[in-house]
Design a protein around this ligand. Sequence first.
Ligand SMILES: C[S@@+](CC[C@H](N)C(=O)[O-])C[C@H]1O[C@@H](n2cnc3c(N)ncnc32)[C@H](O)[C@@H]1O
Length: 215
Amino acid sequence: MAEIARGRSERGELVLRRREDDGALELRVNGVFVMDDVETSSEELLASAALSSIRRPDRVLVGGLGLGYTVRALLADPRLGEVVVAEIEPDVVAWMRAGLVPSVLDDPRVSVVVGDVRTVVTASPDASLDAILLDVDNGPDFLVYNENSPVYASPFVTTCRSKLRTGGVLTVWSSSASSDLEAIVTSVFGACVIKPVSVNLQGRAETYYVYQGSS
Ligand SMILES: C[S@@+](CC[C@H](N)C(=O)[O-])C[C@H]1O[C@@H](n2cnc3c(N)ncnc32)[C@H](O)[C@@H]1O
């Protein structure tokens, strides 16, 4: 592994590195694999699931910049008005701004807030967003930070709903099937659409999921 950058925050240590076997760019937090730039179809599905379900993506909020694949997929839609990205790790944003990761931040439709997505969503005016896309962990059952567990709980999902315009959607990425998340999205939105996506993770066949509620 060739280390490209290392950062530290109160939540722990972040490493951006290039794998020697396949040349992939990989992000790790506290030693835990978060994502790479080889298998990005599920990050892109998070965007396309939202885009295909709403009438007009005037204003979209994304939780978790990561390597930028979800944001890039949003930007590919010419209807997109603006996307606000909440990213808790300043280094993730700084590495992209420095060009260590291909940037999505130069597009004038993108603004970044360095902070917790829960704070950023809660501070948004009610009925101001067409979509909220959450990809801040490896899913509700495989947290990168334990402090993120309220992201998948009823009070925050209810807050998300209040920030959506009529017809808006909440979409949540997960690396595993989560009956708890399905139940919470169903109880808050009245229904939950689950979109599985088959991925090849370094030679291993896996299924990832997107959970969606529509307001
Ligand atoms: C799996 S990556 C996101 C991947 C992204 N969808 C992409 O396409 O590259 C998760 C990101 O969420 C960030 N994150 C974790 N907890 C967060 C939180 N509570 N609020 C905002 N960002 C958070 C991490 O620092 C990391 O950059």
